[in-house]
Design a protein around this ligand. Structure first.
Ligand code: DC
Length: 205
């Protein structure tokens, strides 16, 4: 059985949590595609050329412990603008999407570029302030020193870069279901996402 769920949206809207929960519920594999860009961004911070870093990315690079910092997130958003970097990561993502047993991919361009024929598409959003508050809580929990205002500025800068780039900009696919998590609990957001995927699954059966 091949079934691809594409989940896109801006930073800290809840994509990661929702994607993991949807994958667990349906027994699908999950790929956080942001991690690929973060791993490339990290290698660039370590001194590599972005295109070379993307072309020689290994599974080990994805396991680097410090990919969740603000500095790596900004570096990821910057390398993600480069067409050759994106091109180097396409095949891996498309093969993952077609794996037997079903797959959930989350990112910015899954429903538009990576899997335009995905069986279910969601675009998960929330206000910049809500997202910054969530990310601030997460980063402070890890002892990272960013202030709320810094996190909000980072979120807005990333939104602008991710949505404004020429290559595969972050945008909801025309046929994506919109899920605004601003006023939803995690449980409510997950339940709504599962219901959306379930609907596509029963029409695909
Ligand atoms: O989802 P994330 O915050 O971990 O993503 C980090 C950056 O990677 C994001 O700001 C833009 C880029 N990205 C992308 O361009 N396309 C994707 N499919 C996933 C992430």
């Amino acid at each position: 059985m091949i079934f691809c769920v594409a989940i896109d949206g801006p930073a800290a809207a809840g994509k990661g949590t929702i994607s993991k929960a949807v994958a667990a519920y349906f027994g699908f594999a999950h790929l956080d595609t942001g991690l690929l860009y973060r791993a490339v961004g990290k290698r660039v911070l370590d001194g590599l050329d972005p295109v070379a870093a993307a072309r020689t990315l290994t599974a080990q690079d994805l396991e680097a412990g410090d990919l969740r910092t603000s500095a790596v997130a900004q570096a990821a958003s910057k390398v993600a603008v480069i067409a050759e970097v994106r091109a180097a990561l396409v095949t891996f993502q498309r093969e993952f999407a077609r794996r037997e047993g079903g797959a959930v991919l989350d990112g910015r361009d899954i429903g538009t570029v990576i899997c335009p024929d995905a069986d279910a598409k969601l675009f998960v959003t929330a206000s910049a302030e809500t997202r910054a508050a969530r990310r601030f809580k997460e980063l402070s929990g890890k002892g990272q020193p960013d202030t709320y205002d810094q996190v909000l500025a980072d979120v807005k800068a990333r939104d602008a870069r991710d949505a404004g780039r020429a290559e595969a900009p972050m945008v909801a696919a025309e046929d994506a279901a919109l899920l605004d998590t601003s006023t939803l609990s995690i449980e409510e957001a997950v339940a709504q996402a599962i219901a959306i995927v379930e609907k596509s699954r029963s029409s695909a059966l």
